[in-house]
Design a protein around this ligand. Sequence first.
Ligand code: PLP
Length: 478
Amino acid sequence: MSVNSLAPSWLPFPDDANDLASTVWSTNATRSATGELTIAGVPASEIASTFGTPVYVLDEDDARGRATAIRESFDAALASVGSSAKVYYAGKAFLSIQVAKWMLDAGLNIDVCSGGELAVALAAGAPGARLGLHGNNKSQAEIDRAVSIGIGAIVIDSIIEIERVADAASRFDRVQPVRLRINSGVHAHTHEFLATAREDQKFGIPLSEAADVVRRIRSHASLEFLGLHSHIGSQIFESEGFAEAARRLFAVHAELLAEGPVPELNLGGGFGIAYTSVDDALPVDEIATRFAEIVSTGAAALGIPVPIIAIEPGRAIIGPSTTTLYTVGTIKDVLVTDGAGTTSGAGESEAGAIRKYVSIDGGMSDNVRPSLYGADYSVRIANRTSTAEPALVRIAGKHCESGDIVVHADYLPGDITPGDLVGIPATGAYCWSMASNYNYLGRPPVVAVRNGEARVIVRGETEADLLRRDTGLETETP
Ligand SMILES: Cc1ncc(COP(=O)(O)O)c(C=O)c1O
């Protein structure tokens, strides 16, 4: 075993660099008898030869299963404290017509944050009542459309929006249910949370102004106030941040109850998932039990009933379902000496340590999270296993940016070679939905796999698609 000194301290040297950690890979990802990665019975090489690479491979039963499990867990946990839950799937994580249908089938509502996301949910046949609309700058057209289709809830994010939503509701002769987004001053990420009087960010209304703003909402006959809303961050592993936000919101919730009905409290999304084998995400039934304790304790302390608890997870439902498959193109062993790297032949050197740069046929255009905010991922060879000594690798994209890295550090068998397929798990959330055409790469297809069958649920873009939007040949100056 040779631990590479360039490896980050959190990354363990693997017992087996072919192993698919069950916490990270989708439920139906396994190795076949020949060692190939197989997802829901479909071998990686078959997916690559049929659909090309890069390709997002979505394990349908995994996504459906997580959606059902989260809804059932929250239903049961809230029922045990005399209330009920409303689970929204946060469509921003990944939305397509098929996925929207699966979420509706699993009994979830869908949360959208733009006219485009609303259009996808409606195309999937979502009844307006099962949708919610968010956003800090909804256009009047987006508000009008949402109101006109009878949307179940609009989250008001600023004072200016009260009139806009009230006016739309009057024009469409509706009473529009609304929530009020609160900037609780609590911000959480992984194991830490920060609690201040007010967070310096664009979303919501300060808690101290909530009572006045709700009075303004209630003064409109065309609006029905459902309750407060808070979303404290993403990829959260501990429940203390939610508990602190709930405590802060409950105090105001109780004040508001004295002046009128407040049937619900929305605590947002943000539940963390495992991207690497060292990430330790809480099981959903534990999250649900913890939430029920937090809200029942909070309500009891103030002598008020436990409201209906709404939540909006995205990543925890869709993130683990997807593996992106890529083909390896070039490989370089870079000798890193005192921070300055020079290309060497291969192998270890006393002058420094080797980092193996493995370049793939996608990158920041299909997964921007590592370059955008340093997110960590893991990687495995997909077309075979190998007993070669593990080598520290960095998976680099093909874009013209040195920051175009998809996996900062993991170990792969050292005989990784051009033409191998690699799979990067847990790419279901905020990868396809944030994809771009940087360097004129077409966005890859999304292929759903189930019971040995694969089908495209979102087509990949071709060069023709990319050129279709360019009017340069039609509008040449004479
Ligand atoms: C208001 C709101 N709700 C829900 C979510 C979903 O978060 P996650 O996918 O981390 O569960 C987000 C994500 O940014 C959000 O902004």
